[in-house]
Design a binder for this molecule. Sequence first.
Ligand SMILES: *[C@@H]1O[C@H](CO)[C@@H](O)[C@H](O)[C@H]1NC(C)=O
Ligand SMILES: *[C@@H]1O[C@H](CO)[C@@H](O)[C@H](O)[C@H]1NC(C)=O
Ligand SMILES: *[C@@H]1O[C@H](CO)[C@@H](O)[C@H](O)[C@H]1NC(C)=O
Ligand SMILES: *[C@@H]1O[C@H](CO)[C@@H](O)[C@H](O)[C@H]1NC(C)=O
Ligand SMILES: *[C@@H]1O[C@H](CO)[C@@H](O)[C@H](O)[C@H]1NC(C)=O
Ligand SMILES: *[C@@H]1O[C@H](CO)[C@@H](O)[C@H](O)[C@H]1NC(C)=O
Ligand SMILES: *[C@@H]1O[C@H](CO)[C@@H](O)[C@H](O)[C@H]1NC(C)=O
Ligand SMILES: *[C@@H]1O[C@H](CO)[C@@H](O)[C@H](O)[C@H]1NC(C)=O
Ligand SMILES: *[C@@H]1O[C@H](CO)[C@@H](O)[C@H](O)[C@H]1NC(C)=O
Ligand SMILES: *[C@@H]1O[C@H](CO)[C@@H](O)[C@H](O)[C@H]1NC(C)=O
Ligand SMILES: *[C@@H]1O[C@H](CO)[C@@H](O)[C@H](O)[C@H]1NC(C)=O
Ligand SMILES: *[C@@H]1O[C@H](CO)[C@@H](O)[C@H](O)[C@H]1NC(C)=O
Length: 804
Amino acid sequence: MHLGMRATAVLWLLGAANFAVAAPTSSYTNTTIPPSTHIPTPTAYTPSSAVFRTACAQVSASYASALASYSSVAATNTSAVAPTSVPVRPRELWDCLYSIPINVDLSIEFVKQVSKYLKFQSTIAYLAKPPEGSLQDPVDILGSLETLAKKVASGEIAHHIIFEYTIIKLLQRAHDGHLGLRFNSGALADWQGPFPLVSVSVDGVAKPKVYVQSDVRRLGTDAPYVTRIDGYEVQAWLAEWADFGSSQSPDARYNSVFARYDPPSDGSFYNLYTWYPGKNSISITFSNSSTYEYDFKAFATWTPAMNWTGINDGTDFYKKIVVNPNFFNETATTAVAAKRWEQPTPAPAVERVVEKLRKRANATTTSTLAPTSTGEPEKETPLVLYNAPFMKHRVGPYVQDLNQIFGGYFLNDTLQTAVIDISSFAAEDEEAAKQAEGFRAAVTAFFDEVRRRKSQKVIIDVRGNGGGLVDLGFELYKQLFPAAPAKSYYRIRAHGASQIYATASEKIATDENVEQLIQYAYSDGKNSTLSTEEVTTVFTELSRGFSRQNVLDVKGNKLKNLDSWIGGVLSPRVNDSVSAVVQTNLDLEFDSEISGFGLLKNFTETPQPFQIPDILLLSDGTCASTCTIFAELLKREQPGISTIVVGGRPNNAPSAHVGGTHGSRILYFSNLLDATNNVLATIPPDSVEKQRLYDLVLPYKLPLGISIGAINFRDAIRPEDETQTPLQFKLDPADCRLYYTETVFRDSINLWGELAELKWGTKSNFTGCAVGGLQKGQGSSGAVPDDPDAQNISDWVMQGLGGL
Ligand SMILES: *[C@@H]1O[C@H](CO)[C@@H](O)[C@H](O)[C@H]1NC(C)=O
Ligand SMILES: *[C@@H]1O[C@H](CO)[C@@H](O)[C@H](O)[C@H]1NC(C)=O
Ligand SMILES: *[C@@H]1O[C@H](CO)[C@@H](O)[C@H](O)[C@H]1NC(C)=O
Ligand SMILES: *[C@@H]1O[C@H](CO)[C@@H](O)[C@H](O)[C@H]1NC(C)=O
Ligand SMILES: *[C@@H]1O[C@H](CO)[C@@H](O)[C@H](O)[C@H]1NC(C)=O
Ligand SMILES: *[C@@H]1O[C@H](CO)[C@@H](O)[C@H](O)[C@H]1NC(C)=O
Ligand SMILES: *[C@@H]1O[C@H](CO)[C@@H](O)[C@H](O)[C@H]1NC(C)=O
Ligand SMILES: *[C@@H]1O[C@H](CO)[C@@H](O)[C@H](O)[C@H]1NC(C)=O
Ligand SMILES: *[C@@H]1O[C@H](CO)[C@@H](O)[C@H](O)[C@H]1NC(C)=O
Ligand SMILES: *[C@@H]1O[C@H](CO)[C@@H](O)[C@H](O)[C@H]1NC(C)=O
Ligand SMILES: *[C@@H]1O[C@H](CO)[C@@H](O)[C@H](O)[C@H]1NC(C)=O
Ligand SMILES: *[C@@H]1O[C@H](CO)[C@@H](O)[C@H](O)[C@H]1NC(C)=O
């Protein structure tokens, strides 16, 4: 599943809070924000060199003493828990990082090398010259990096940590969750705000106010609300703070500032985008006129590979962490326990590929387990569970897959509304087994039950969905619309390096080899001229994303040669060299079987479970990556599906329902480095000129350690769009917008019940969306079937809510 087709927004970059989109319609509020001057940033405070001698030593001592006291307790108490972080003083931790010396030559070399990776970023030319009406500010990434190198050379930037911060901040300005970089220093330091905030409206329609989360829990919306932060009007301050977020929609960025119940997040006011806030405390003024100063928190953190032992000053930090040769190895942090620092696995092992291909021959076998009331597992690990706990919900879903990706509910309302709760398209544990099989089985089981109960309405809840396995997005779409094609169009940059990668792929993934690979897969390994090792090599090549075999032209035909795909055409608006617009070849998708393709081709005969007017897509704007592929399929191929977005800035303006990165595939720096190694092995330079070309354009190892780096590889494009503008810059507002109410923070089931009422129930003529309405696409009668046994939704929503 790491091969190729993963599309996950890079949540780790900014903690759990990121995403955003800008909206192109004129009805959007113009929210261009002046450069940050009010909000805390690392550079708000410049340490004096007097502290350089002591700061790192003190942090290191705190670390050592926490470990020592753990050891002494653990000697007598076997249930003592090992610490994973140690509180330190916020400013002291920054003093230490600030004391890391800069290496001018390596920093300049880093800029040169990292620019080669960043040239794969699909939108790089669009970011420098954003389409009119998109709320993206221009950001010239490559030009800014050149400027940075000059500043390092001239001595204007004289501290390594400022070098790091400048790069991170630069990439963040693209508001693309697939684009980012994390240096090793991020593994050793973390900061935290005083508490999570929430934004809550009294009824979902009135403009929300900002509260301390725990105050709302105790007092509801009667609690004093926040009026000022550090003396600035609260919304002005938050608008600037939210601008650090990685969504393209400003409303999605705004949502990420706040705590969220489902899927859970503390929000960026609390996690501070993992950066030093520039000071030790923050002042908050409440509606009751009280002003308090609250402390920030800071933590020394570590991983199995990197810790604070022996770091007594900035130079130690530099040697042990910044340029430690162990960390030049792009895969060296794979074993790191902290998930967000992990690298994806490199090329797959032979066994894994062979197993995958063999399984393909058996893919038609799906789970036929009967529901059990207790959710007791069967002898073999079942692919699906019935009536078992799911995430934070008070009531478990009717059915879920073994990895808790998909939850299928039936509400206890008069409509038997079905709800699909899908806050990610991948398991929390990336390595979890049977993600696709379990997902397909759970969706199948749920829709079988939908048909049995004659349930007709469905809410699809993608709030917080930052993406995952691309196959799962296609799978859910196909199960919803079995007879419909699933066309997903994209384009990549056709620059020198991607053309060289494609040329190497062409040597290995030849038409003949791919034909034999398919033979191998369909005959369970028995009928192929390729050896197992050769099969693995071809498979790996397909998964890189640079093979012509992966793509079909917009009409669905195979491309005859490389030139017709990646020969390079100029994009209409920005004069960038890009590939042809192509679509994913889903029949050649070996990571997992997708209903309606390959061996499951005849799935198209399955009846469609819901009609378009009976589908409501619910988001909070942070739909990103695979989620946007799914949402785009719904929107483009099935026009008329109603959309609703919750939360956002208190501006009563339309808001995008898909507001995270619209890129349809991420590539990690390690994937690109791997592709470079493949080029050197497959088509080694045979002349001085070629060697020079390779050195100029191919990404090589970076000279400073990073924990992770990624770019957005594929732009989603609508072929009918003459301007071929990446969808990142084309945001569509949801039909209806509501603000968060207090009940949503108690349980999502409350929100679902209210939305079913709003869309199909007794409130279906309700014009009370904060913005827009759900009338569009309303093909259903709105009539509530007569069912005396069913509960009134309003009653039900109000019942049984035992506190927060
Ligand atoms: C947005 O506001 C800025 C500053 O007032 C102005 O320069 C710009 O033209 C406005 N853009 C739009 C699309 O109205
Ligand atoms: C042992 O450690 C556990 C976990 O920290 C703690 O709950 C427990 O009270 C400790 N027992 C003793 C005897 O200190
Ligand atoms: C004002 O509200 C804040 C936040 O709830 C609370 O901590 C504080 O005690 C209140 N002040 C007074 C004077 O009631
Ligand atoms: C800390 O890192 C050092 C190497 O710098 C290693 O030898 C040591 O085992 C690590 N300590 C812990 C507790 O992981
Ligand atoms: C890179 O790291 C991996 C995993 O820790 C290790 O197996 C490999 O030997 C390392 N390679 C180099 C060149 O250090
Ligand atoms: C596929 O099914 C066949 C026949 O049922 C069986 O022999 C084979 O082991 C299965 N392969 C896998 C990978 O499960
Ligand atoms: C619906 O009601 C039944 C019976 O009261 C209960 O077991 C189930 O958990 C309820 N389901 C939901 C989604 O509230
Ligand atoms: C084996 O492969 C060849 C082509 O490679 C094909 O013509 C033939 O039908 C295959 N046989 C079986 C039994 O699948
Ligand atoms: C477009 O880019 C090419 C290659 O960089 C350059 O030669 C040409 O002048 C550019 N055209 C415009 C209109 O900017
Ligand atoms: C698919 O085809 C197989 C074999 O022809 C048949 O047994 C199966 O019922 C079909 N499935 C559907 C969903 O039509
Ligand atoms: C909604 O309005 C239509 C037309 O005014 C009316 O026929 C229908 O009964 C109303 N539905 C509900 C649930 O009130
Ligand atoms: C549902 O219950 C609410 C509150 O008790 C009541 O106002 C409403 O009329 C009821 N609706 C129906 C359709 O019975």
